[in-house]
Design a protein around this ligand. Structure first.
Ligand SMILES: Cc1cc2nc3c(=O)[nH]c(=O)nc-3n(C[C@H](O)[C@H](O)[C@H](O)COP(=O)(O)OP(=O)(O)OC[C@H]3O[C@@H](n4cnc5c(N)ncnc54)[C@H](O)[C@@H]3O)c2cc1C
Length: 293
């Protein structure tokens, strides 16, 4: 969404592009494990990298340069991956975590499989392997500064879009003294088995943490259709309208391109039903942060 600097909440000043294509960082794989697996073509991995001395923040991304050359005999382009862990320099922080989905496409006519270059490379890495990184990248998808952090949050994720929220949750619930504001995590996937880090999120048992799931193939919305993450706003209007109306609430979205439209529509419907105009979503642009891909 467009920004309204006058109304924007203050975020930390972070380093970006300390490591560039001409000056990369070599990181070592410390751990790699499957978070979800359907078959050899379809898995999601939790990959832990020793990326010292990169100075990154939760919510930022890193660039990965796959080894080898592309079809034009040029080095592969950088692919971005959200950091799924807390700020590098925070006490007790893990190493750099990536949450990567193997991105393969099958041509339905011919059955030809097109394998995503970087995601397959990352998902096939072994402990001890080295990875070429750039970054960190991104100045927007960050929680507010400590003096502004005590406010309600709505975190909306689809698929690997959950990655940055893993670090956000750690920051709010483990590293922010006296944090007592409501946090609603909305996670949309096709089926329950695909809920990445589900066990970890269920361990946050604070009374002000609310975990909402939308399983499009396993749940129906009240109209009898597939239950998408945007449906949570409509189905739980009594919870979400007061939150959305609250000028202090920040809405973060991460995941599949296109999710913002459905969410914007759902919010506008809520606003309309509550007499708050036709395009309420546009009026909250300064407190909506999205990262979709
Ligand atoms: C800010 C940001 C953060 C991101 N965070 C994450 C994250 O946390 N986790 C994550 O998994 N991803 C993330 N991504 C997506 C990631 O950057 C890559 O885009 C993704 O992994 C695919 O890259 P790839 O190199 O594997 O695929 P590519 O090689 O770039 O191919 C892209 C797609 O095209 C298909 N394709 C290739 N050739 C053909 C062809 N001839 N015909 C038809 N289809 C073809 C491939 O199968 C693949 O699906 C993020 C993206 C951005 C912008």
């Amino acid at each position: 969404m467009a920004d309204n600097p006058a109304k924007e909440f203050p975020r930390p000043t972070v380093e970006v592009n300390t490591y560039k294509k001409a000056n990369t960082l070599t990181a070592k794989v410390l751990e790699t494990r499957v978070l979800y697996r359907e078959d050899d073509m379809n898995d999601v991995r939790h990959i832990v990298l020793d990326a010292k001395p990169m100075n990154y923040f939760d919510g930022q991304s890193v660039g990965v340069i796959p080894p080898g050359l592309n079809e034009k005999e040029k080095p592969h382009a950088v692919r971005l991956y959200s950091i799924a862990s807390l700020e590098a320099n925070k006490e007790g922080s893990e190493n750099l975590v990536l949450c990567v989905k193997r991105d393969n496409t099958v041509d339905p006519q011919t059955g030809t499989v097109y394998k995503g270059v970087a995601s397959n490379y990352l998902c096939d890495l072994k402990v001890g392997d080295e990875v070429t990184l750039t970054g960190p990248a991104g100045r927007k998808f960050l929680l507010p500064l400590p003096e502004e952090i005590h406010r309600p949050y709505i975190f909306v994720a689809t698929g690997t879009g959950i990655a940055p929220f893993r670090g956000f949750m750690q920051r709010l619930f483990r590293h922010t003294p006296n944090f007592a504001s409501p946090v609603h995590l909305l996670f949309g996937v096709k089926k329950e088995a695909e809920l990445l880090y589900d066990e970890e999120f269920r361990e946050y048992n604070a009374p002000h943490f609310f975990y909402h799931k939308a399983l499009s193939r396993e749940m129906k919305n009240s109209a009898g259709g597939r239950y998408y993450v945007s449906d949570i706003f409509t189905e739980k209007a009594d919870i979400f309208w007061p939150l959305i109306r609250d000028e202090r609430t920040i809405l973060y979205m991460c995941g599949l391109k296109g999710m913002e439209e459905g969410i914007g529509r759902a919010i506008n419907e809520l606003a309309k039903a509550n007499g708050a105009g036709e395009d309420f979503y546009a009026s909250m642009e300064h407190r909506v942060i999205d990262e979709v891909y």
